[in-house]
Each structure stands twice: as C-alpha cells, then as structure tokens.
Design a protein around this ligand. Structure first.
Ligand SMILES: Nc1ncnc2c1ncn2[C@@H]1O[C@H](COP(=O)(O)OP(=O)(O)OP(=O)(O)O)[C@@H](O)[C@H]1O
Length: 641
C-alpha cells in the first residue's frame, strides 16, 4: 500500500473524462469526481509517494494510472585510456618461459570506445545476475566460454528490460524455491549423504550443487582447508598433489563467505555496493532525466569480493567454471578476464561487476591501468587467491602480478582480507626451508628466515598462514604409473608413433618448444593420427577449440608446450608423454598431473635421448626418487619404424 506524504500541500486537479472509463457495476456512491495528482514521484524504498518532485505526470487511461516517460536523448561517450598499457607484455606474461620463441600475437588496440551511454545503460539494465539456465549453457564460442555470466544483448526498450530484470529476479528466486520443493522429499537424505560438508556450515545452495555433481565427501585437501579457512578465517598456504581438488578448497570458502555477506551485509558492504531497489530507482531517474550513466553504474555495482589470479588463460577459464558450477544456486556472480580475447567483450563483463573475478595478471593489469571502476578499490577485496603460486612468483615472469598485489595491499583494509596460496609444487621449496619430513603432518607457521618465503609474505602481506601440505611424494599422485624410454634422438618419433598406435586413448604429448609441437603436428597429421596442437603462438580461439576437441573425443592426441602443463583438468586423459625431458622437476610433476586425476589411474612415459640424461638425473634427484623409473615395455615384433 503506497502512502502519500504531502510536501507543499496536495496538487489535485479536476479531470474531465472524454469517454466512459468506469464500470457501471461499480458502487459509486459518494463519488464526486475524478482528479489528477500532478506533483509527485514514487519513493519505492519507503513505499511512499513523495509529493513535490518534478517531471512526472499522471493521467487516467483505461482505468489505470501510468507515468509518462520522457523521450531519451541519444548519448555519446568515448572512454579512452590515458596510458596505453603494453599489451604485448601482458600477453607474454601469461605463457611459459620456454615459449619466448612464440610469434608475437596480434592484439587488439586497447583504446576502448564505448559507443554511447545509451548502450552502457542498456547493459546496466541487464545486469549479470547469474541465471540457472545460463550456467548450464554449453557453447563453443571461446569468448562465451569465458563469459558464461554474460547475457545476450538486445535492442529492446529499456523499460521492457527493466521488467525483464524484475522477472529474472523472480525466476531466480522461484527457481531456487522450485528446486527446494522438488527436492524436499530427499532433502534429509541429501543432508545425511553430505554430512562431511554440512559440518563446515556451508550454505545449502552450495551443498546442493556439490551433491548434484556427486561430490559427496570433501577431498583430503578440502577437508584440511575448510576448518581453518571457514571457521578460523586464516590465510592458507596449500599444497596437494595434482588433481586433488585444490580449486574448490579455496572456491568453497570464498563462495560461502560471499553468500553470507550478501545475506547479511555489513554497513560497509552496503556502502560498497548499490542495492537493487536503488538501482531500479536510479534507472527510472535516468530514463526521466538522462542523468549521468556513470552515476548509475556506481550506484548499481556489486562489490568485488574476491580476486583469483592464475598463470594461464585456460586455467583461469577452468577455475571460473569450477566456481560457477559450485555456486550455481547462489546469487554470486563470477567472471573471468584473460588475454587473447576481445577486450571490448571483457570490458562489458567487467562492467557487470562480478563478485568474484578470475584473471590472468596481464589482462587484469591492463584493465586496472585503464582505470576501470570495478578495479579501483582492489584494497577492499575480502579474498585473494594466487593459484599455482610458485609459477606466479618466479622472478621476472609476472611484473604485473607485483603491480596488482601492490594495489591489493596498498592500504590496510577495514575488512580483513583472506589470502589463499595454492600449488601442487609450492611446498617443494617450502618443505626444505621448513625442514618438513616426508609425510609429516603439517600445520606450521611459515619460517621467516627463508628468502623465498619472505618474498611471498612481502608480496602478499600475509602474516601467519595455516600451511596445509599434503604432498607426500612431492606432488605425484599414487594412482600415476611412471615409466621411461631410453632412445636415440632420431628414434623418438618412432617410439611416439608406436605408443599412439599401441595404446589408443586420450594422450597428451608435451614438448619443450613450439617448433617441436609444430613439426610433430605435421608428422602425425601425415600419419593420419589427427593431432591437436596447443602452444602460445596460436590464437586463443584455436587454443580453446583444440582443447574442446581433445576433451570431446575418446581417442585423441594433444601436442602441447608447457602452456598446458599446469592446472588443466580434462577428465579421462589416460597417458602423458614427455617427448622431451622437462626442464625442472616441478614441470614434470605438473605435466604428469594432467593424468591420474581425482583418484583415477594414469600413465606417464618420459622419452630420454642421450643428451638429456644429465637433465633427467637432475630432475630425478630433485624428485627424491630412490629407484629409477621402470622402462616402458616395447613389443619389438610391432613394425613401427
Ligand atoms: N570433493 C570432490 N569429490 C570428487 N571430485 C572432486 C571433488 N573436488 C574436486 N573434484 C574434482 O577433481 C578434479 C580435480 O580438481 P582440481 O582441478 O581442483 O585439482 P587441482 O588439485 O587443482 O589440480 P592441479 O594441481 O593439477 O591444478 C576436478 O575434476 C574436480 O571437479
């Protein structure tokens, strides 16, 4: 019920009706006449009508009261960067060092022109509310893969969009309700089956998504991290073998924290983000008054709660998708910005103000330098994740990372920030400095003496993190079978061909250089093996396309440089072949870890020519192996040469 609050007295004016608008069946006893109220505006927040506000008129039409909309003036805004960030540098930083030979990728200019305020306004009217249906959308467009949260643009009038927005909001709520209703019968069953998660006070919306994925129990790293991260809110330095579920070990605490904050916002949270009702009001005001769009954006934005940094584009996209899956029944908005994709499209994603942003450092730094409004207060984020941290903090690799972290840590936040530092090989060096013995249960404070630890602490401004180190065999999972083939330089191709013929399945072949990937692609194509290349000099669309094809076919071969070595989670990779001996033990661990994930079996074979033996011995010693890798059995009766 709307209440009318007069300001300067009510301005009712008699209204002459040209046609019959009132039903004859109505009891009109006591009706004297019809008057028009001309001087008011809606105050939705307090469910009142404020009298005295200009620019709205009411008229009786078909028995209803309708507001007159002012015709919108077309608006033009051009947003140009003052400083042009070095895109080339940004792109290169996402790739592995050994890919320096990569052809320089052609990149788009970063002088982003936002065509008009009107366009921007439309985008704002169609906010990035994550819809259940959108999340399950499957697309082959790489840009769309990154932008799972982006909604389809349309030219519909803004008022219609506003209604749609309201409708969507209802859809989201009712979708949740429906889901709860549908599942109520087995709710109890779900909670019983998910008891291992429920004990951490994870919201039901997240529990439900995990339940649907079949993740009935947390993995070891997840159950070790949850109490410290969720209950004690400690910074986490986490290390566990490849494929052990580290993404959700930080993803779930972050989702949980944001869901709780959205449900019970502090005053500060409210100041940092515009409320939905306010957004609608401002939108109406804008339509009426063509007010400044930037103001609208400011008032409707969500707070950026979490920043997740990953070293490669493919990994960042994957992390985004994992978190989207786990958070699909929550209102948390997740987005990803990476190099090699359309800058304009990613700018639109950022404009929608996700709560969680996953990014590669190069592209993120580019947007920070552009002064994007969603990134101006990075020091206010509540969660920071550095995935594959050891890779990210290697000197000279990520100057942007340092710049970004400077922004994040530039001032003490009033809301404490929680930092997550994860890798399969992180504690390889940490372990030495902490003098942890193999398999020892780990829960130690970071040693302040070690220079690499000091560097990490300084960079991230973390004081006494909880270290969860589960790497018993230095990151190599027990379900992985390791082996080697000692051969001559010119025998490598034959052995590779032999393996592919004799052991069909999903095989990932790693090379140390792009030129080798290119040469082997040609060779195996000639031999009708249909290999799929993946390296830094390919354009990003093709990279993602090849990854999809590799994923979709049961019998497929991916020929890759180490750009695919870390983090990629492609189910069903049966074999990993090291065509070249990896340059470090860490790279060996990460490459091998693309198979034998989540307790599945997997096989890895290292092809070693005589020149590589010293490198192999170094790697072997560094892995603290006591027994040499077994020889991979070759059936000499097969003609593969
Ligand atoms: N609780 C769980 N139960 C079952 N499977 C899970 C669970 N948590 C994660 N997974 C699955 O395990 C796989 C590996 O997870 P993830 O990619 O997070 O591993 P990771 O430890 O980050 O590996 P890497 O070190 O190679 O990056 C994924 O397919 C993920 O969906």
């Amino acid at each position: 019920m709307v209440k009318v609050i007069p300001k300067n007295g009510l301005s009712w004016k008699p209204l002459s009706l040209k046609s019959r608008v009132l039903s004859q069946n109505l009891d009109l006893d006591g009706l004297i006449g019809v008057e028009e109220l001309t001087d008011y505006c809606l105050d939705k927040k307090n469910k009142t009508v404020v009298i005295g506000a200009p620019k709205t008129t009411a008229k009786v039409k078909d028995g209803g009261v309708k507001k007159k909309r002012k015709k919108k003036k077309p608006l033009k805004t051009k947003v140009k960067s003052k400083t042009k960030p070095n895109l080339q540098e940004a792109e290169n930083n996402e790739e592995e060092v050994e890919e320096a030979e990569a052809d320089k990728e052609k990149t788009e200019g970063i002088n982003v022109t936002v065509s008009s305020k009107k366009k921007k306004l439309k985008r704002k009217q169609n906010p990035s509310q994550v819809e259940v249906s959108e999340l399950s959308a499957n697309t082959n467009d790489p840009d769309d893969q990154v932008n799972k949260t982006e909604e389809i643009q349309s030219d519909e009038p803004s008022s219609k969009k506003l209604k749609q927005k309201k409708k969507k909001k209802q859809t989201y709520t009712s979708a949740n309700k429906e889901l709860l209703e549908v599942d109520t019968s087995n709710n109890e069953d779900m909670f019983v089956q998910m008891a291992e998660w429920v004990k951490f006070n994870i919201p039901e919306t997240i529990i439900r998504a995990l339940y649907q994925k079949g993740f009935k129990t947390p993995t070891k790293i997840q159950s070790m991290v949850m109490p410290s991260a969720l209950l004690a809110r400690k910074d986490i330095v986490g290390a566990a073998e490849t494929g052990s579920g580290k993404t959700l070990a930080f993803g779930i605490p972050i989702l949980t924290g944001i869901v709780n904050k959205l449900e019970n916002p502090t005053e500060e949270d409210e100041n940092d983000s515009g409320l939905e009702e306010e957004a609608e009001e401002v939108l109406e005001e804008l339509e009426e008054e063509s007010a400044n769009t930037t103001e609208f954006v400011k008032k409707t934005r969500n707070k950026l709660y979490a920043l997740i940094l990953a070293p490669t584009r493919e990994l960042a996209i994957q992390v985004q998708n994992h978190i989207l899956d786990a958070g699909k029944y929550t209102p948390v908005k997740v987005a990803c910005v990476v190099g090699g994709m359309s800058t304009e499209k990613q700018l639109r994603i950022l404009n929608k103000c996700p709560h969680i942003l996953v990014a590669t450092p190069g592209r993120l730094w580019e947007f920070i330098q552009l002064g994007h409004f969603h990134l101006t207060e990075l020091y206010k984020i509540n969660y920071l994740v550095i995935d594959e941290t050891d890779r990210m903090i290697e000197s000279g690799h990520f100057p942007e990372l340092k710049n970004i972290l400077d922004r994040v840590t530039m001032t003490e936040t009033s809301q404490p920030r929680q930092t997550f530092v994860f890798s399969a090989t992180l504690t390889h060096s940490l372990k030495n400095s902490l003098n942890l013995k193999k398999g020892q249960s780990k829960s130690k404070k970071v040693s302040k003496g070690d220079p690499s630890i000091k560097r990490l602490q300084d960079l991230l401004n973390i004081k006494s993190p909880k270290i969860v180190d589960l790497t018993e065999k230095i990151g190599i999972t027990k379900t992985l079978t390791e082996s080697k083939i000692l051969c001559k330089h010119d025998e490598k191709d034959s052995y590779l061909y032999y393996f592919i013929l004799q052991h069909p399945g999903r095989t990932l072949v790693f090379c140390n250089s792009i030129s080798s990937v290119k040469r082997l692609t040609q060779l195996l194509t000639m031999l009708k093996c249909s290999p799929l290349p993946l390296h830094a000099s390919m354009n990003q669309r093709q990279r993602l396309k090849n990854l999809d094809r590799f994923r979709d076919q049961n019998n497929s071969i991916l020929l890759a440089t180490d750009v695919a070595a870390r983090g990629l989670d492609i189910p069903g990779i049966e074999h990993v072949i090291h065509y070249h001996v990896p340059r470090t033990s860490e790279i060996y661990i990460h490459r091998s870890g693309r198979t034998a994930r989540a307790n599945n079996e997997g096989l890895t074979v290292v092809l070693i020519e005589s020149d590589e033996i010293p490198l192999y011995i170094k790697m072997f010693n560094s892995l603290e192996k006591k027994v040499d890798l077994p020889d991979f059995p070759i059936d000499e009766s097969v003609n593969y040469r």
